[in-house]
Design a protein around this ligand. Sequence first.
Ligand SMILES: [Zn+2]
Length: 469
Amino acid sequence: MREVRIKDTLSGELRSLEAGSEVGIYACGPTVYSRIHIGNARPFVVFSLFARFLRSEGYRPKLVVNVTDINDKIYVAAATAGKGSEEFAAAMTRAYVEDTDRLGVGRPDSEPLASETVGGIVSLIAELVDGGHAYESGGDVYYRVRSFGNYGKLSNRRPEDMDQGEDAGSASLKEDRLDFALWKAHKPAEDTSWDSPWGPGRPAWHIECSVMAEQELGAGFAIHGGGSDLVFPHHENEIAQSEGAGRPFAKIWMHNGMIETDAAKMSKSEGNIFQLSKALDAYGREAVVAYLISGHYRQPLAFGPEQMEEAVARVERLRNFFRDQGLGEPVGGSAGKQRGGPGDPPTGAQTGAAARGEAFRDALADDFNTPRALAEAFELVGEANRGEVDKGEAAPVVAEMLDLVGLSTLTQPDEGAEGDERALQLMEERERARAEKDFARADAIRDELAEMGWTVRDSADGPQLVPKA
Ligand SMILES: [Zn+2]
């Protein structure tokens, strides 16, 4: 078991995980008011693969990713769509699961919904009111920020730089402008409400994560993750809520950087691919996953057609490496030759491949440095292609590397749909629809193919059908 270290946002230091123990990881998930975009996919992929790596090293991770299905934005979006907010949020939650399923990195161990956590939320708010950390005002309940001495420790902000970003209407209800909402009284425009000691209403946003993290992982769990845009106010407020109630919260804070788009370059059609499902349609699962781990998780990552084409080229290089192996054939330059027989000298090449494999894992153990790890994979592929390392030695090592980062399908490059005429016909129809910018038709065909068990992968040689994961 390697020592795995993570840079902690709170202390600014590299912190080691406790060996042998369960590693509880709580990562904030999406607010389901629209289809998710590539920015939501980054934490999903990073934390899923991080948990996978920990498991492969003998740790016992438990990954919890919540779904915020009660929120102002949902009421507004549902009303605009002419739907009830519960029905709308449920449909968007299904779309989120569908879209993230297509990433093929598995599902989190637990995915609690805000709407199923209201009882626990009311209890924690009542605890905070009893302890003097919160107060009722006009049917709302607010957290009394100045009652919590450690407020601001995560984001290192001065009180005058703190803006909770809440609606101006609640300002008159707050004792102090720093205070933030825990509970919102029912408003006529909202079509759902829950009973509470403060009257009918609904949870505000931050409180659900304090409750879910403790319910799923217990107090004092290992890692809290999420996008760096959540450090303030969301995560600062989660700390105030949980520690205000007298219990330890996360030991390590792990934040991923933002996906950055060049607004000037993103024409209307290019902006389209910012939606995860569209990016998956356009570039395929492997390229999207490879793109999302192409930079260090803590750094911002530029997004656009250029970066995605680059990711396509990178995954094709890996796919071709396995295609060149010839499936089921003896591999390597010494094809057919028995290796490891008596008298065979130990070759430097064998050591080379194994050493790259170790370096790959070392990079992931060192603050989950995926770009450094992937560089090892590409070095090894290059060495094998140039004949500096035996391909037969390199292939299983590269395959294990790719499996760790959710790209194992690249090792089966030629699993195609040659036999399925109807599917091939549909794929051609889909290409025509896309060329004519009839995206609704293209989406419908993709869904039909999915029902038949196929997914379309866009490769350098044009679109291909592969069996659905
Ligand atoms: Zn959260």
